[in-house]
Ligand binder design. Structure first.
Ligand code: ADP
Length: 620
């Protein structure tokens, strides 16, 4: 075996072999971006660090090579709760996989060991702490190990957001398995983490396979919190009967939001670290099995979630950093189909996080800067995809993403932001920089409240200079000016003060961008939405979904493990009535064709007859 990780090494072309495996087991006819390159590293024992976004198809980057090579691939993962799911999914595709972790009984572990000895396992999932036991290592060394995959590899880096000290021990893998390729996979984008992963694993000169972080199928929408539950319900109403997550900042908010949603007739369950384990587990399972549509959670709900068809993620409060936002919103649309990410923020969230961060004995490095970046993201009016990509050091190659509130024209830019900005800034000065946003807004709209006339502020030249606007709009603009650093909030009472840029605004030397919420009728349809439903018969899709749920219940598996949503849409688009045509559907491999082909084809035939629909459509 040769192991040479230098960048110059030409990779042998194993495309055909990999494509064959991809089609046979997973029913996929194309590689996702950079998958082929990452897979070829696996096949050629070329050490690699693979950085692809969530939903980028990292698992197949080691699973497909494992099915091309002899022996067993070791998959090291910290996500014990996901192992069973991953292994069940693989078995449904006909891939012989197994796992060992602390949830197995002694007898079950023995059984796995027997299967390994007999060469009947091609992928073995194992937790790092289990792997590091001497006996385990000694046993694994007696096997023919084809490759070593390290999932969630950022856990090895102290720079990553989820450092796990036990991952550091993985360094010894190189000594124990000389000549076996080591491959690390992560969705964490920073170059520092990337380099650190390789260094910590003792892997010299790996091939770095780094993809774009743009999640084109995610539609980002941001809005200031003003109607509480109504804003959340609007999202849920757009996604009736679909799966989604609502993230709240506190446990209490999780409880109250869930109760309010259930009261209003939604199928929602709570999830947070304060609940007892069994209840939490049960709620998670109900969500995975699609017995409930919405899970309302703190960020404790996350690492264990691999549900591919999450169609919306709502943040009922602002996260504390863009890194967190990317992770959490990234749980939407793993299957590549469109999904909506709605962030409902308020300046209150900023203050809550600020208080939490500043209350710590030692303020974590960069935490306040990260919070500020998050706030700027909320209050700016730059394409959301572009802002996120730039934050992670990449750029958007197109002029518009067609998938965010800014690019879809859902936000109206005000025509004369300079004048409005100047009016607000000068009102802040007239109030001697001693009042907060709410009070300032009231003065600007000329409120008749007694506290204003009582202080004589109704005689200020700036009193009522924005009287044609609502208080909410003016309040919004003030927040935008804070986010764009024209104003700062100061001290315990968050009084508004001008920054140096704010002073330049007064002189007309710096211009803010201000927006007002537009009437939603103006919004264009997001580009990816149109594409993925093209040619799909929605009625048939719904019937296929019902059949999928019945099959899943029968086997006690989550429905997406039978077929994911993209596969059902492809079925409802192609409408195959023969076994051969059914095999052409994306996501139908040989085993699934055998297991489910007859039943699904029968339903399709029957539906198309009832609705006189053409069948066996050609799709490129
Ligand atoms: P990641 O681990 O990078 O978040 P996954 O490995 O979970 O991503 O893959 C995301 C989804 O994409 C899964 O539903 C997977 O089956 C699907 N997928 C992966 N590779 C392909 C492919 N080549 N063609 C179609 N779908 C794919």
């Amino acid at each position: 075996m040769k192991r040479d990780g230098s960048m110059e090494t030409p990779l042998i072309d194993a495309r055909d072999q990999l494509a064959e495996v991809l089609d046979r087991y997973w029913g996929y006819s194309q590689f996702k971006p950079l998958q082929l390159e990452a897979m070829q590293c696996g096949i050629t024992h070329t050490d690699s660090v693979v950085v692809l976004p969530t939903g980028g198809g990292k698992s197949l980057c080691f699973q497909a090579p494992a099915m091309c090579l002899d022996g067993v691939a070791l998959v090291i993962s910290p996500l014990i709760s996901l192992m069973k799911d991953q292994v069940d999914s693989l078995r449904e595709c006909g891939v012989p996989a197994a796992y060992v972790n602390s949830t197995l009984s002694l007898a079950q572990k023995k059984e796995v060991a027997d299967q390994l000895r007999q060469g009947r396992v091609r992928l073995l999932y194992i937790a790092p702490e289990r792997l590091m036991v001497d006996r385990t290592l000694a046993f694994l060394r007696t096997l023919n190990v084809s490759l070593i995959a390290i999932d969630e590899a950022h856990c090895i880096s102290a720079w990553g957001h989820d450092f796990r000290p036990e991952y550091r021990e993985l360094r010894i893998l190189r000594e124990h398995f000389p000549g076996v390729g080591i491959h690390a996979y992560t969705a964490t984008a920073t170059p520092q983490v990337r380099q650190d992963i390789a260094a910590q694993l003792g892997v010299e000169q790996p091939r770095y396979v780094v993809g774009s972080f743009e999640r084109r199928n995610l539609i980002y929408k941001l809005m200031r919190r003003d109607q509480g539950l109504r804003q959340i319900r609007d999202v849920l109403d757009r996604h009736r009967d679909e799966s989604g997550i609502v993230f709240c900042i506190t446990r209490k908010e999780v409880e109250t939001t869930t109760a309010a949603l259930v009261e209003a007739g939604y199928k929602a369950l709570p999830y947070h670290a304060g609940m007892d384990d069994a209840q939490r587990q049960q709620n998670q399972e109900a969500f995975m099995q699609e017995k409930v549509d919405t899970i309302v959670a703190t960020i404790a709900f996350g690492m264990g979630i691999d549900k591919p068809n999450v169609r919306y993620v709502v943040h009922a409060g602002m996260p504390k950093s863009l890194e967190n936002y990317q992770q959490e919103s990234g749980r939407a649309g793993r299957d590549g189909l469109e999904a909506e990410c709605v962030l409902i923020y308020s300046s209150q969230d900023f203050l809550t996080w600020q208080r939490i961060i500043e209350a710590a004995e030692v303020i974590p490095t960069g935490a306040l800067e990260a919070l500020q970046a998050m706030w700027q993201f909320c209050t700016s009016v730059v394409c959301r995809h572009r802002s996120l990509l730039e934050h992670f050091g990449q750029s958007l190659e197109r002029s518009s993403c067609d998938a965010c509130d800014v690019c879809l024209g859902e936000l109206d830019l005000v025509e004369d932001p300079l004048t409005i900005g100047q009016k607000i800034a000068s009102c802040v000065l007239r109030l001697n920089e001693q009042y907060g946003g709410d009070y300032t807004a009231k003065v600007l709209i000329g409120s008749g409240e007694a506290q204003i006339s009582g202080r004589g502020h109704d005689r200020l030249s700036t009193f009522g200079i924005l009287k044609s606007e609502s208080k909410r709009t003016v309040r919004d603009w003030i927040e935008q000016l804070v986010g764009q650093e024209f104003l700062v909030k100061d001290g315990e009472y968050n009084v508004l003060k001008l920054t140096p840029v704010g002073r330049r605004l007064l002189k007309g030397e710096a211009v803010p961008q201000l927006l007002r919420p537009a009437k939603s009728t103006r919004s264009r349809r997001a580009a990816p939405v149109a594409d993925s439903w093209e040619g799909v018969d929605r009625g048939l899709f719904e019937e296929l979904r019902t059949l999928r749920r019945a099959e899943a219940t029968l086997r006690n598996l989550p429905p997406y493990m039978i077929f994911d949503d993209a596969t059902l849409r492809d079925m409802a688009r192609r409408r195959p009535t023969t076994s051969a045509a059914f095999h052409e559907v994306r996501g139908v491999g040989e085993k699934k064709l055998r297991d489910f082909g007859d039943e699904f084809v029968e339903l399709i035939r029957d539906y198309c007859e009832r609705h006189t629909l053409p069948t066996d459509m050609a799709v490129d």
